[in-house]
Design a protein around this ligand. Structure first.
Ligand SMILES: Cc1cc2nc3c(=O)[nH]c(=O)nc-3n(C[C@H](O)[C@H](O)[C@H](O)COP(=O)(O)OP(=O)(O)OC[C@H]3O[C@@H](n4cnc5c(N)ncnc54)[C@H](O)[C@@H]3O)c2cc1C
Length: 410
């Protein structure tokens, strides 16, 4: 038994990447015991519904779990939940946990995810200012979103906009404050930003662009009463959500002396600078053969793909990470699906029209399709995945011609 424990493969973190890795190892009949140590009290769960259907109350907590706890334990593995890994002693291959126990590992996988970026401004300690990252955060926020309440969201990215959509559907008065000149500027092109702006404004959300937040105004009993802006205005608020991005959780890896640079550095086999330690998910800056440069991604697809790569590496298979990244978002009746990274495009091609509420934007670089954003057009996303993965060269005329069947392009 002691020997078995020493050889255990330990996963640090109990999020999407950790759960996907456990599942992949079970499917591959991995011959060693796996111990997952997760700080949160829940078995591995999916976060996307936290700003969508779980926030709106359409689904319950159990439906978020990737698998029931019994699936992992039934396969002979352990979940140690509600416990944090505090230290990695690489020389002795031993972890120290927050309950003061120690745990030996044979192979170690870091799946520590990310934490929210905080807005440190005057008044940021006031009650009623929220961040959204876990189940408990959504539970607390949902309780405050009664019809007529004034919700101010700082940040017009994916999560801020999804919450805006969920809350406005419930009759909450929503204001979105975005510092940039357009919504989701970091991840999408002008057409999509304009479409989302129109969608939110048309649903009664007060969207303010080019708006810098300077702090929070205090009301009674230490509660927030407003958000102050650089132009001197104050936007009244009963509840505030700050959603300004995440920071990779690298503290444990850095303290252990692993190479980190805005993420734990891993190669295409998800190996860190220590050959017995792998890292996957939001916490990594990784090499993916699909890209020319090291990349950091915050998405379920990346968490799952890297988990599969880790499972292959642990099984001794030669399967490097080589996938085009993809994302999705649901806002109102809009199903947005995105594949590839559009930032470096030199040409954009529209297929369909925003008025039809079903369209796609193809992003090209030197004639090759490098990314596709599809709204309510799943076929454009599915075909786009193939085009982007194989960097297909297709003319703008063909992509925009609705008489050309997209399927014929692959
Ligand atoms: C509200 C919300 C909506 C989202 N919507 C989408 C979406 O629509 N589409 C999409 O693709 N992505 C979405 N994402 C992003 C996606 O959920 C993440 O990219 C994904 O969860 C990353 O998985 P991960 O396992 O790397 O990290 P996480 O899921 O963050 O899990 C990391 C876990 O590790 C634990 N941990 C950290 N340090 C330690 C330690 N020292 N000891 C023990 N445990 C530790 C943390 O507590 C956490 O539970 C969303 C995220 C949020 C928050």
């Amino acid at each position: 038994m002691e020997n078995e424990k020493q050889d255990a493969t330990v996963i640090v973190g109990g999020g999407h990447a950790a759960g996907a890795l456990m599942t992949a190892l079970i499917q591959k009949k991995y011959p060693h015991e796996v111990v997952l140590v997760g700080e949160e009290p829940y078995p591995p769960y999916q976060r996307p519904p936290l700003s969508k259907t779980y926030l709106s109350g359409e689904v319950n907590e159990e439906s978020l779990y990737l698998k029931p706890r019994s699936v992992y334990e039934g396969a002979g593995h352990q979940l140690r939940l509600g416990v944090r890994v505090e230290n990695i002693d690489r020389d002795n291959k031993t972890l120290t946990l927050s309950d003061q126990s120690t745990l030996k590992y044979g192979r170690l996988i870091l799946a520590t995810g990310s934490h929210v970026r905080r807005l440190n401004a005057p008044g940021s300690e006031l009650k009623g200012i929220h961040y959204l990252h876990d189940i408990a955060d959504t539970d607390t926020l949902r309780d405050q979103l009664s019809p007529g309440a004034r919700l101010v969201i700082v940040g017009g990215g994916y999560i801020g906009l999804e919450v805006a959509a969920s809350a406005s559907k419930k009759g909450v008065n929503v204001t979105v404050l975005e510092g940039a000149e357009r919504l989701m500027q970091r991840v999408t092109g002008v057409e999509m930003s304009s479409f989302l702006y129109a969608k939110h404004s048309g649903s009664g959300v007060d969207v303010r662009l080019n708006t810098a937040v300077t702090g929070f105004k205090a009301g009674d009993q230490g509660r927030v009463a407003g958000v102050t802006l650089a132009n001197g205005e104050t936007v009244d608020a009963d509840v505030v959500l700050v959603s300004i991005g995440v920071i990779p959780e690298t503290a444990l890896a850095e303290a252990a002396g692993l190479s980190c640079e805005d993420g734990i550095l891993v190669d295409e086999y998800v190996r860190t600078s220590d050959p017995s330690i792998l890292a996957i998910g939001d916490c990594t800056r990784h090499r993916n053969l699909f890209f020319e440069k090291m990349q950091r991604l915050e998405s379920v697809a990346n968490a799952v793909d890297q988990a599969r790569t880790a499972a292959a590496t642990l099984m001794g298979e030669d399967k490097p990470y080589d996938s085009a990244p993809w994302f999705w978002s649901n806002q109102y009746d809009v199903r947005l699906q995105m594949v590839g990274l559009s930032q470096d495009h030199d040409e954009r091609v529209m297929r369909g029209s925003t008025e039809d509420k079903a369209f796609a934007v193809f992003y090209l670089r030197e004639g090759c399709v490098i990314a596709v954003d599809a709204v309510n057009m799943p076929i454009a996303f599915m075909v786009g995945k193939q085009l982007v993965q194989h960097r297909k060269s297709i003319s703008a005329d063909v992509l925009s011609d609705l008489d050309v069947e997209l399927k014929s392009l692959i």
